[in-house]
Design a protein around this ligand. Structure first.
Ligand code: PMV
Length: 332
C-alpha cells in the first residue's frame, strides 16, 4: 500500500442496561481491550486492485489473534453503507479509489459491539483518507447512521461507547453520553471473566424486535423490569467507584434477572449463570442475547475468578479477561 492511514476502535460491553436502553433507560457501558484495526491507502491508476477486489478482513474468533474471515459482507458494508453515508454527509459524488484492510480481535456477533467497531473504524479511516478533520462527534453520528442500517432501531449506546471510549453512562433521549472518569478498583477489575458461549442464532435487530413484541403484549412486565433496571444502573455508579464486591454481585444478579424476564437469555446460558451464582459470583449476558442456544458473551464476576474459569472449562467454553474502559476510536 502507498501512504497508509491506520485507525482502530475497541469493542464494548454492557455492564447494565441493554435492551432497556432502547426504551430510554440509562445503560452503563465500558470499552474492552479488543480492537478492530482498519488500514486504508490510496490506489493508483497502475494498481490492479481497487477496493472491490482488495478489502481484506480478519477477525478473532474468541479473542486475541486476528484471522482471515469471509470478506463479502464487509465489502458490502463499505460500498453499500459506509460510502453512501460519507458521500451524503460531505455532499460528494465520488471517492478516490482506495484499498482497505480490516483486522479485528473482537468476536463477531457476541455482544461485544463488533459491528459498531468495524463501522466506526471504517468511517473514521475513510474520513481521514478524505482529509476531513478528526472529529469524534462526527465519527459517532455517522457510525450511528450505519448502525441504523444494520439494526433498524439501535439505541446508539454501542457506537457512542466505542467512539468516545472509557466507561460511560448512556441515555438515548435526552441524549446523554457521560464518560464516568472511573478507574474500576482492582478487586473488581481483575476479577471479570468474559465467557464466549458462541454466536447467537438471532441478530441484534431480531432480538430488539422480539422485545418490542413482548413490550406490546405485556407492558406491565416490561415496565417493571425497566424501572428496576433504571434503579440498578444508578446504584451501580458508586459501586464501580468503591469496588464493593458484594454490592456489585447483588446488582449484576438483579440485572440478569431483568434480562431473563424479557426473554433474551436462553435456558443454556441461564444454566451457566446459575452455576456461577451458586459458586458465589454473578454473571449476565452482554448485548442482545438469544432465546435459545448461545447468547454471545457472558460477563462474569467472582472475587476469586478461578471459580468462574473452572465453570467455563466445564462447559468447554472459551473465556478471557480484559481491561475495561480503554480509549475509543483513535489513529494509530
Ligand atoms: O449485541 P450488541 O453488541 O449489538 O448490543 C445490542 C444492545 C441492545 O441494547 C440490545 C440494542 C441497542 O441498540 O442498544
Amino acid at each position: 500500500m502507498s501512504k497508509q492511514i491506520i485507525v482502530s476502535a475497541p469493542g464494548k460491553i454492557h455492564l447494565l442496561g441493554e435492551h432497556f436502553v432502547v426504551y430510554f433507560a440509562p445503560a452503563i457501558l465500558a470499552t474492552v481491550d479488543l480492537r478492530t484495526t482498519v488500514t486504508i491507502a490510496r490506489c493508483h491508476s497502475g494498481d490492479s486492485d481497487i477496493l472491490s477486489e482488495d478489502t481484506r478482513i480478519y477477525s478473532g474468533k474468541d479473542s486475541g489473534q486476528a484471522r482471515l474471515v469471509s470478506d463479502e459482507s464487509e465489502r458490502a458494508r463499505m460500498t453499500e453503507i459506509v460510502e453512501p453515508i460519507i458521500k451524503k454527509h460531505l455532499k460528494i459524488k465520488t471517492i478516490p479509489p482506495y484499498k482497505l484492510e480490516i483486522s479485528s480481535q473482537i468476536p463477531i456477533g457476541a455482544g461485544l459491539g463488533s459491528s459498531a467497531a468495524i463501522s466506526a473504524a471504517c468511517i473514521a479511516a475513510l474520513l481521514s483518507f478524505l482529509k476531513v478533520k478528526w472529529d469524534l462527534n462526527l465519527i459517532n453520528s455517522l457510525t450511528y447512521e450505519a448502525e441504523k442500517v444494520f439494526h433498524g432501531n439501535p439505541s446508539g449506546g454501542d457506537n457512542s461507547t466505542i467512539t468516545f471510549g472509557s466507561i460511560i453512562r448512556f441515555i438515548r433521549e435526552p441524549k446523554t453520553i457521560k464518560p464516568l472518569g472511573i478507574n474500576i478498583p482492582e478487586r473488581l477489575a481483575q476479577n471479570f471473566v468474559l465467557i464466549n458461549t458462541g454466536k447467537p442464532k438471532k441478530s441484534t435487530g431480531e432480538m430488539v424486535s422480539l422485545v418490542k413484541v413482548l413490550r406490546e403484549k405485556n407492558p406491565q412486565l416490561f415496565n417493571e423490569s425497566l424501572k428496576s433496571q433504571t434503579e440498578l444502573a444508578e446504584k451501580l455508579l458508586p459501586v464501580l467507584k468503591s469496588g464493593d464486591s458484594s454490592k456489585f454481585i447483588k446488582i449484576i444478579r438483579l440485572g440478569e434477572k431483568n434480562l431473563e424476564a424479557i426473554g433474551v437469555v436462553s435456558k443454556t446460558s441461564q444454566k451457566i449463570i446459575r452455576k456461577i451464582e451458586k459458586a458465589g459470583g454473578a454473571a449476565k449476558i452482554c448485548g442482545a442475547g438469544s432465546t435459545t442456544g448461545p447468547t454471545g458473551i457472558i460477563l462474569a464476576y467472582h472475587p476469586d475468578k478461578t471459580k468462574v474459569e473452572k465453570i467455563a472449562r466445564s462447559y468447554k467454553l472459551p473465556y478471557f479477561s480484559t481491561t475495561l474502559g480503554v480509549e475509543g476510536v483513535r489513529q494509530e
